[in-house]
Every structure is written in C-alpha cells, then in structure tokens.
Design a protein around this ligand. Structure first.
Ligand code: NAD
Length: 250
C-alpha cells in the first residue's frame, strides 16, 4: 500500500530528467499518487509524465506568471478531480558575486524561486481551503541557511531564505484550514542545475565539507518530500528539513 494512495500532486519544474522534481514525481507515483508535472516546455513536461507512468499528466506552466498557475491548477482539477499536494520545486540559480548582480539577475532569480512559489500556492489555496486539506512542500536550499557557499549567488540565497519565510507564514495562516506547509533545504545534490559549471576543485572543496562524504542523490530529496507530503508527517508544519549529508551540523 502506497503512502499517497488516491492522492494527487502538482510538482513544478519537474521535467528536468535528473532533477529533484522528476525524482519526487517518480517516488510519489510509486506510492499511488497521480502527478501533474509542470514545466516551461509542454512537450518535455508530457514526456516526463509519460516516463513515470500512464496516470500522470504534463503541462506547460511558467510559475512566474500567475495566469499560467491558475490555468494549470484548473486543468489538474479537471483531470484528477482534486489536488492534495503541491511541491514548489521550480528554481534557477546564477553564480554571481554581490557586486555583479544586476536588476535583471535579481528579478530572474527572485521571480522563479520566490514569486513562483507564491503564485503556484495562491492558485491552489482556495481549492485546498474548500476541501479543508492540503500539503505544500517548498524547495529552499542550504544556501538560505549559510549564505550560499555552493554555487548560487547572494540573490539566490535571498530568494531561498524568502521561501523559508513564506513557507512558515503559509503554515501559520493555513493551519486552521487543515493545510500544512513545510520546506526542504537540500545541500549539494547531483542534478543539472549547475549545468556542468562546477570545476573539479570546486567539487572537491564542497565534498570536504560534507560529513557523509558524498553528494546527495535526487532520490534523497524525493524521500523527504514523500514524508512531508504523506500522513507520516501529519503534525509537522512550518518546518525546514535539511537534506545535506550533515553539512550543517551545529
Ligand atoms: P534543475 O535545473 O534540474 O530543474 C529545475 C527545473 O525548473 C527545470 O526543469 C526548469 O525548466 C524548471 N523551471 C525553471 N524556471 C521555471 C519557471 N519559470 N516555471 C516553471 N519551471 C521552471 O534543478 P534541480 O537541481 O532539480 O532543482 C530543483 C529545486 O531544488 C530548485 O528550486 C533548486 O533551487 C533547488 N535546490 C537544488 C539543489 C541542488 O544541489 N541540485 C540544492 C538546493 C536546492
């Protein structure tokens, strides 16, 4: 018996083949969940959905656009009947130093990571409120907690710290409606987000700071998302869970 039997989920930014969203979609599907994979490109989203099984759908949705999020939520409700879970996973990063961040860099990174999380949540909250139930899992980052140190610049750290604040505020405001919201702070996970831009020296330095001595796998993050989306975490809300091999033990 799966942990998400009969449930449905929206996962944003889940078309990336080696990404955290896709791994989460696959694990949710294995646990009986119907998944809507949302990403920028419709064909890639559909391909990713087909790859995890027949019951799932892929939709184009740019989370920076509220109208896209509203349209996607409506389509998912029509297709699946209801939405139980939203994983706000879409994100981009840029390896810039503080003085190199231009307004357009700030906007790009804040818009996808933070505004996108707000938009997709707002698109689904009225539906969840009506049903008096729902779960949000928002993807933050170790960058939010320690001010970068892996790849993203200060604007990425700020956006992901914003995600933590937003998650806690959502948890507080939505708890009376039976809706939980939690954040995951992944450490260094092997995906395509760094686009092969990490040098062997950078990688060695990062690994030296991880007590478990290895980069995380996308499946490590998916497992945590499953816990936060399932009834195993029924009394957990407003929390941030570290998935980082011990990088931040203090
Ligand atoms: P990824 O680059 O593999 O996947 C990100 C996906 O988001 C892509 O499919 C991309 O098309 C999509 N996307 C970008 N802009 C979008 C938009 N406007 N609307 C909808 N989709 C959009 O990255 P990943 O490593 O799987 O990262 C997933 C999440 O985890 C991100 O939020 C990232 O910041 C966070 N994270 C990753 C790591 C890591 O080490 N990989 C660490 C901490 C946090």
């Amino acid at each position: 018996m799966g942990l998400l039997e009969g449930q449905t989920a929206i996962i944003t930014g889940a078309a990336s083949p080696r990404g955290l969203g896709k791994a989460t979609a696959r694990l949710f599907a294995e646990h009986g969940c119907k998944v809507a994979i949302l990403d920028l490109d419709a064909a890639l989203a559909e391909e990713a959905a087909a790859d995890i099984g027949e019951a799932h759908i892929g939709l184009a949705c740019d989370v920076t656009r509220r109208a896209d999020c509203d349209a996607a939520a409506a389509t998912v409700i029509e297709a699946f009947g209801h939405i139980d879970i939203v994983v706000n996973n879409a994100g981009i990063t840029q390896p810039l130093k503080i003085m190199d961040i231009r307004h357009e860099n700030y906007d790009a990174v804040l818009d996808v990571n933070l505004l996108g999380t707000l938009h997709m949540s707002q698109a689904v909250i009225p539906h969840m409120r009506e049903r008096k139930s729902g779960k949000f899992v928002n993807m933050s980052s170790v960058s939010a907690q320690r001010g970068g140190g892996i790849f993203g610049g200060p604007h990425y750290s700020a956006a992901k710290a914003g995600v933590l604040g937003l998650t806690k505020a959502m948890a507080r405001e939505l708890a009376p409606d039976g809706i939980r919201a939690n954040a995951i702070c992944p450490g260094f996970i092997a995906t395509d987000i760094t686009q092969g831009k990490l040098t062997p020296e950078m990688k060695e330095q990062i690994l030296a700071g991880i007590p478990m001595g290895r980069a995380g796998e996308a499946s490590d993050v998916a497992g945590c998302a499953l816990f936060l989306a399932s009834e195993l975490s029924s009394y957990v809300t407003g929390s941030e869970v570290d998935v980082n091999g011990g990088s931040l033990i203090h």
